[in-house]
Every structure is written in structure tokens, then in C-alpha cells.
Design a protein around this ligand. Structure first.
Ligand code: BTN
Length: 267
């Protein structure tokens, strides 16, 4: 398939998406937010060859060599209740996991809320940013970075042990358009389920990829470190954790350590 395969572009249009290629940009999320501020309607998808100031969750940076990765942001305005906003990162992570499974025939694991892991480390991350006007939700920008072609040695030394790519996991190079189109289909479907308040279905689907459920985790929240056993997510996308016989839920934070398949999330 080529970048401009008309059948695929037509299908995207049917889903309400418009794809735009960028050779180089500071950050596709940043650009999507600028466009939104300048009146761009919902449905814009920006796909970049390279980002000079790629951004990650929790104030981190996201670096990738040109054309090594899928670097894309989607500008959407789902009709959802404010209480469902916490489920957008969950829907996005789930959609990307399903898309990777469909396009790469490889099932990644999800570490709450939406870090994607293979056996050798983190292969993808998602940054969801919301744009409010007064207290009204105007737009959501969903930015995804997927390591496609990197070898372990290509990653900066400080993240090498924790980073992986679809190439490292599968031995194959996945075309970024194949993955992007699969992702947009799954994302559109997931946001539709969210709009119809099909929360139970989303939570159930998410649990199929959740690799921390039942495991001992360490959650960093503010300056605090919380240890307990992860129990999956609740109907608002919050992480449930069993701590000393008591079940608590967390809306934010970072899993810094899990025992078992991986040692650490985040970069
Ligand atoms: C994370 O795991 O910390 C989230 C990483 C998100 C990176 C993507 S790359 C495309 C989009 N533009 C950005 O600046 N960030 C997201």
C-alpha cells in the first residue's frame, strides 16, 4: 500500500479524518493545538517524519530519529460527559494495542494508562491533551509515538534497557501508514463506544491487554510512592490498587516498576 492509496484515504474520510503529512515539526501535538486555536475542525490527523521537540507524558521528551517511528496526532471532539474524559487515554491505548495486533500480528501489553510494551521494553506511548474554553471541552489531541524500526542500540543509552520497537519484537518492519490506518479505525470505534457510554465493553477490552493486573506495582504520584497490587481499571479509567487490604483508585501517576514481564514503564 502507498501513502496515497485512494481507497484507504476514502475510508479515512468516511471515518471523519483528514490526513496531513509534515516533514518536520516541533511536536505534532503542539501543531494540532495551534491548528485548533486557529479554527481547524475536528478530524485532523498530523503525521510527521520528524519532531524536534516531541513531548511525552509527565513533562518528558519523546525523541525519535527521522522516519524511525509513527509520530501522529489526532484532533477530535468526542461528545462525551466530563466524567468520561479519563477514559480517553484508555480508549487511545486500547486502540493502539488493537491496531498493533492487527497490523503487526503481535500482541503488545498495556501498562496503565497507555504505555505499550513488548517483551523487551516499551514500544509506544500516548500523550492526550485537552483544550478547554472556560469549562467547556473544545478539543482533545491524542498523540501517539510508536517505535517501528529502531534496534536496541539506536536508543539513547539512558533508555536503552527499557525501550523496544516493533522491529525488535517481531523482526519485521511495519509501514507506518498500515499502522496509522488500523489505529484510526480502532480509535474511531473506541470513541464511538465511549460516546454511547459503553464503558463496560471498553474496560473489558482493556483488561485483555493489561499486563499489570494482579502484579505488584509501584506508583509514583506527586512526590509520593505507593506500593500495592494492581487490580485493573474502574469505569472512569482510574487504576485500582490493593494496598494493605484496602482497594484505592488513582486518576494519575506513573507505574515505575512492575515485577514480571518488564521492570519499568516510562522512559
Ligand atoms: C509517553 O509515553 O510519554 C507519551 C509519548 C507520546 C509521543 C507522541 S509522538 C507524537 C505526539 N507528539 C508529541 O509531541 N508527543 C506525541
Amino acid at each position: 500500500m502507498t501513502e496515497n492509496d485512494p481507497a484507504r484515504l476514502q475510508k479515512l474520510k468516511g471515518l471523519g479524518f483528514r490526513l496531513e503529512y509534515l516533514r518536520e515539526i516541533d511536536s505534532t501535538n503542539q501543531e494540532a493545538m495551534r491548528r485548533a486555536a486557529n479554527g481547524e475542525p475536528s478530524g485532523l490527523v498530523l503525521l510527521a517524519d520528524h519532531q524536534t521537540q516531541g513531548r511525552g507524558r509527565l513533562g518528558r521528551t519523546w525523541q525519535a530519529e527521522p522516519l524511525s517511528s509513527l509520530l501522529a496526532s489526532v484532533l477530535v471532539k468526542p461528545e462525551i460527559a466530563p466524567a468520561s474524559l479519563g477514559l480517553v487515554p484508555i480508549v487511545s491505548g486500547l486502540a493502539l494495542a488493537q491496531a498493533i495486533e492487527a497490523a503487526a500480528h503481535f500482541q503488545p501489553g498495556l501498562v496503565w494508562p497507555n504505555d505499550l510494551f513488548g517483551a523487551q521494553g516499551k514500544i509506544a506511548g500516548i500523550l492526550v491533551e485537552s483544550i478547554f474554553e472556560k469549562s467547556d471541552l473544545k478539543f482533545i489531541v491524542i498523540g501517539s509515538g510508536v517505535n517501528l524500526a529502531q534496534k536496541k542500540a539506536d536508543f539513547p543509552a539512558e533508555i536503552r534497557a527499557r525501550a523496544s520497537s516493533l522491529y525488535e519484537e517481531t523482526g519485521r518492519l511495519i509501514a507506518r501508514e498500515d499502522l496509522l490506518f488500523a489505529y484510526l479505525e480502532k480509535l474511531s470505534r473506541g470513541l464511538g463506544i465511549l460516546e454511547r457510554e459503553g464503558v463496560r465493553e471498553l474496560v473489558e477490552n482493556y483488561s485483555g491487554y493489561d499486563i499489570i493486573a494482579g502484579k505488584e506495582i509501584r506508583l509514583l504520584k506527586g512526590g509520593e510512592e505507593i506500593r500495592g497490587t494492581a487490580l485493573g481499571i474502574d469505569s472512569r479509567g482510574r487504576l485500582k490498587v490493593m494496598i494493605g487490604g484496602q482497594e484505592l483508585t488513582f486518576a494519575a501517576g506513573e507505574i515505575s516498576m512492575i515485577r514480571g514481564r518488564n521492570d519499568a514503564a516510562g522512559y
